[in-house]
Design a protein around this ligand. Structure first.
Ligand code: HEM
Length: 416
């Protein structure tokens, strides 16, 4: 039985009791975080919480959802939205979380790129993160199909059609993915299975890998400094907290995380209650109809940049068909971020503001992704098509020049 001295506050009371558990002892004395990490380092925890919100709200939706082409639309738009008590709340929570999770994933990825957090022992963190990006994308895509509205149907049609471009086996592959010659009931039921069963399980496994690979090299810090965690922890435990470059995971780091998380949750629930429409396309409130193609088909906002890379190549070049060029560029866009740790040739971990050429590269990338996203939603005609073309070419060129840009920075610094 532990003996406690009198606590002066509720916080102290909790600290005393938590400190007696083995887990918390480890977190308070053995797990250290660099002191200078800012709010951007809370995005991982925000993602973990958003994923939990998706699971819980999804479980409630699954109680009334019907994976059948004749019933799906009504089960969502009438049963869940109008008949089930608070069904609308769970739908809005799920749809908004599905959209916001991508916003946070992009911030988390771009933070990693800005601070060079993907190299020197952190490659596995990056690669597991990219696997999360891919699996979340598959989950977003399969989930969007479930309400069986016009956009669900036609987006599924366009995306599954893309596999037809794979040499030799393309046509057979499309049929295999759809489970039918057309996007039909078999397609809906298999995407339902992926969305509610296989993908969540795989995601949970990859999150475990992501967290496990984080333990070894510790998280990066704002200056990319090599920190002697043992020596700095000694300083902290000896009472020299001010000079120490580290803080304990519990309660100091986690309280920072919780503060950011609280701000995020206020923003998130504000969207859920007042602006849920931003996560839903008006066209998707019309039931799927395979005889009526919507005037203009586009995916959710988070896929727009890669969709625009696909559409950007709208004319044949050197005898290669526009469709094949676009498809190849789309393929590259989806895997190129995996390769970042290997095509960044700078041996040092430093933030972009200390790598002048890379800094310019980084901000061009941000502007380019924004342009691609905006134009991905506009009809690809006239000037729009050309903006899309140049933005797509810029995206590809950025990754071709990256090894040279990063090498030049390292040379100028005398690191190579
Ligand atoms: C979607 C689910 C994800 C979850 C739950 C998650 C969770 C976390 C957590 C808790 C951390 C530690 C603290 C922090 O820096 O935020 C972290 C770090 C990291 N994550 Fe993720 N992450 C996810 C996706 C991704 C993606 C898509 C990438 C990029 C491809 C990525 C790359 C990284 C990197 C490079 C770090 C190390 C940051 C550093 O060393 O400073 N993560 N992640």
């Amino acid at each position: 039985m532990a003996h406690f001295t009198k606590a002066n506050s509720v916080g102290e009371w909790f600290d005393q009791r938590l400190a007696t558990t083995k887990f918390m002892k480890v977190m308070m004395t053995e797990y250290w975080i660099p002191k200078d990490v800012n709010f951007l380092w809370a995005m991982g925890v925000v993602l973990a919480v958003t994923f939990k919100i998706l699971i819980v709200s999804g479980i409630f939706l699954m109680m009334y959802y019907k994976p059948d082409v004749n019933l799906a639309f009504d089960s969502v738009n009438y049963t869940i939205m109008q008949e089930v008590a608070y069904g609308w709340l769970f739908r809005h929570m799920h749809a908004v979380a599905a959209s916001v999770v991508f916003l946070i994933i992009y911030i988390h990825m771009l933070t990693g790129i800005y601070y060079g957090s993907y190299k020197k022992g952190r490659e596995m963190i990056w690669i597991s993160g990219m696997l999360l990006f891919v699996t979340f994308s598959a989950a977003g895509f399969s989930g969007y199909m479930l309400p069986w509205g016009q956009m669900s149907y036609w987006a599924a049609m366009v995306i599954t059609n893309l596999f037809g471009g794979v040499p030799l086996i393309g046509d057979a592959l499309v049929v295999w993915i759809r489970g039918d010659f057309n996007v039909a009931d078999a397609t809906l039921t298999r995407f339902f299975m992926l969305h509610v069963f296989l993908l969540p399980i795989v995601i949970i496994g990859i999150i475990a890998l992501h967290f496990y690979s984080l333990r070894v090299p510790h998280v990066n810090n704002q200056e990319g400094a090599d920190i002697d965690f043992d020596a700095e922890a000694e300083k902290y435990l000896a009472g020299n907290k001010k000079d120490s470059k580290v803080i304990p995971f519990w309660p100091v780091f986690l309280s920072k995380d919780f503060a950011v998380l609280s701000v995020f949750l206020i923003f998130y629930f504000y969207l859920v209650f007042f602006h849920y429409g931003f996560a839903m396309d008006p066209i998707n409130f019309d039931p799927a109809d395979n005889m009526v193609t919507p005037l203009h088909i586009y995916p959710e906002w988070y896929f727009l940049w890669s969709y625009e890379v696909l559409r950007g190549f709208f004319f044949d070049i050197a005898g290669i068909k526009a469709f094949d060029l676009g498809l190849a560029a789309f393929g590259v866009a989806n895997v190129i971020f995996f390769l970042l740790p290997f095509i960044d040739r700078d041996p040092e971990v430093l933030p972009a503001h200390r790598r002048p050429r890379f800094n310019i590269w980084f901000w061009i990338l941000i502007v380019d992704l924004l342009v691609l996203t905006v134009y991905g939603k506009l009809p690809p005609t006239g000037v729009n098509a050309w903006v899309g073309f140049f933005a797509s070419v810029t995206f590809l060129v950025l990754f071709i020049v990256l090894p040279f840009v990063t090498k030049a920075d390292a040379k100028a610094r005398g690191a190579l």
